[in-house]
Design a protein around this ligand. Structure first.
Ligand code: PLP
Length: 420
């Protein structure tokens, strides 16, 4: 019955500290966003108390009538958003959505073909340290040396050679739209299922600002917390009734127990928000802002991989300035601009150093930044990077603290959760 501030001051301090950090920093991590108060409220609700193993109308526990309402709302809204027939909204994360698909369709030792981590793929697409890389025979395609674009010819030749059971498209650092029809044709030729992991760009699809994986994909998986702007979680979508049944069994009882009903409720709220016209405008701004950021960084002397972006995310190649990704991430953090170091295709540096940073516009756009603000942010990034280029990893302290003051002033103009 007690409030967090009174019952656990230590933990409360961590939460308020994090709120302060989010308020006072510019968030450019491409996989993050800022959820609405309604999503926070649903996720913080008493639905966390409920066990609801099974699916709506077919539960293993009593008292699930309201849990059923919440899950059915999430399912129906997801189907409407993505124009598909079946949705499983129970995966606890994007990784578990993918794991559920693997559990349903594959046996240990089977071959899968996905994009390599260093070209922009995700760990769960067969990377060596991930379960998908340990339990399956994972083969990887990448991007072309001449233009850093997805190498469809390589996908085709690897598919013919290795005959994968599952072909995966999508990843965590892909700035350009993927040709789903071409990937499906390759999958069909070798008899593979075609999975699109749209975790990053799902929000763009939902808003009609990006090609839909359907009808090309047999399956689409996603996270719900990136461009979709919902709670942390995952989801599996398909148009195939037989596959849907397999995915339901794979998620529960295959790899999960009780669903997180409070999170599913928050997914329903976020999907409801994404169905509104304001969300389409939001996503249009996300795409415009990402292009403005990329354009201004290039004007400042940096390179962006593939020369720009079609989406919300870009990979910045720092080599024209002779600085490293790890040093840049730290220097920008000192200036209250948050991003992550990221390898660029064919990066000569190790994954802990890298020649790049990954930037995205979803969180800043939610905050209210427009193209002018994103161009200003690009100029600040250039100033900080130039400080690193001139002074080495410790950067230019004077520039960094001046930028930090300007960042703080901008953040004050666009208050975050003002009534929290
Ligand atoms: N798939 C892709 C393409 C991702 O970018 C991510 C998130 O980083 C995931 C899956 C995994 O999502 P989660 O972190 O929720 O497990």
């Amino acid at each position: 019955t007690s409030k967090l501030s009174e019952s656990d001051p230590e933990l409360f301090a961590a939460v308020t500290g994090e709120l302060g950090r989010q308020r006072d920093e510019i968030e450019l991590i491409a996989s993050e966003n800022i959820v609405s108060r309604a999503v926070l409220e649903a996720q913080g609700s008493i639905l966390t108390n409920k066990y609801a193993e099974g699916y709506p109308g077919r539960r293993y526990y009593g008292g699930c009538e309201f849990a059923d309402v919440a899950e059915n709302l999430a399912i129906e809204r997801a189907k409407q958003l993505f124009g598909c027939e079946f949705a499983n909204v129970q995966p606890h994360s994007g990784s578990q959505a993918n794991q559920g698909v693997f559990m349903a369709l594959l046996k240990p030792g089977d071959t899968i073909l996905g994009m390599s981590l260093d070209a922009g793929g995700h760990l769960t697409h067969g990377a060596a340290p991930n379960q998908s890389g340990k339990w399956f025979n994972a083969v990887h395609y990448g991007v072309r040396r001449q233009d850093d674009l997805l190498d469809y010819e390589q996908v085709e030749s690897l598919a013919r050679e290795h005959k994968p059971k599952l072909l995966i498209a999508g990843g965590s650092a892909i700035p350009r739209v993927i040709d789903f029809a071409r990937m499906r044709a390759i999958a069909d030729e070798v008899g593979a299922y075609f999975l699109v992991d749209m975790a990053h760009f799902a929000g763009l699809v939902a808003a009609g600002e990006h090609p839909n994986p359907f009808p090309h994909a047999h399956i689409a998986t996603t996270t719900t917390h990136k461009t979709l702007r919902g709670p942390r979680g995952g989801m599996i979508l398909t148009n195939d009734a037989g596959l849907a049944k397999k995915f339901n069994s794979a998620i529960f009882p295959g790899i999960q127990g009780g669903p997180l009903m409070h999170v599913i409720a928050a997914k329903a709220v976020a999907f409801g928000e994404a169905l509104r016209p304001e969300y389409k405008t939001y996503i249009q701004n996300v795409v415009k802002n990402a292009s403005a950021l990329s354009d201004q960084l290039v004007k400042g002397g940096l390179k962006t991989v593939t020369g720009g972006t079609d989406t919300h995310v870009m990979l910045v190649d720092l080599r024209p300035k002779g600085v490293k990704g790890n040093d840049t991430e730290k220097a920008l953090e000192r200036a209250h601009i948050t991003c992550n170091k990221n390898g660029v295709p064919f990066d000569p540096e190790s994954p802990t150093v890298t020649s790049g940073i990954r930037l995205g516009s979803p969180a800043g756009t939610t905050r209210g930044f427009g193209e002018a603000e994103f161009r200003q942010i690009a100029d600040w990034i250039i100033e900080v990077v130039d400080g690193l280029a001139a002074n080495g990893p410790e950067g230019n302290g004077e520039v960094e603290s001046r930028v930090r003051e300007q960042v703080l002033a901008l953040c004050k103009k666009f208050p975050l959760y003002p009534d929290l």
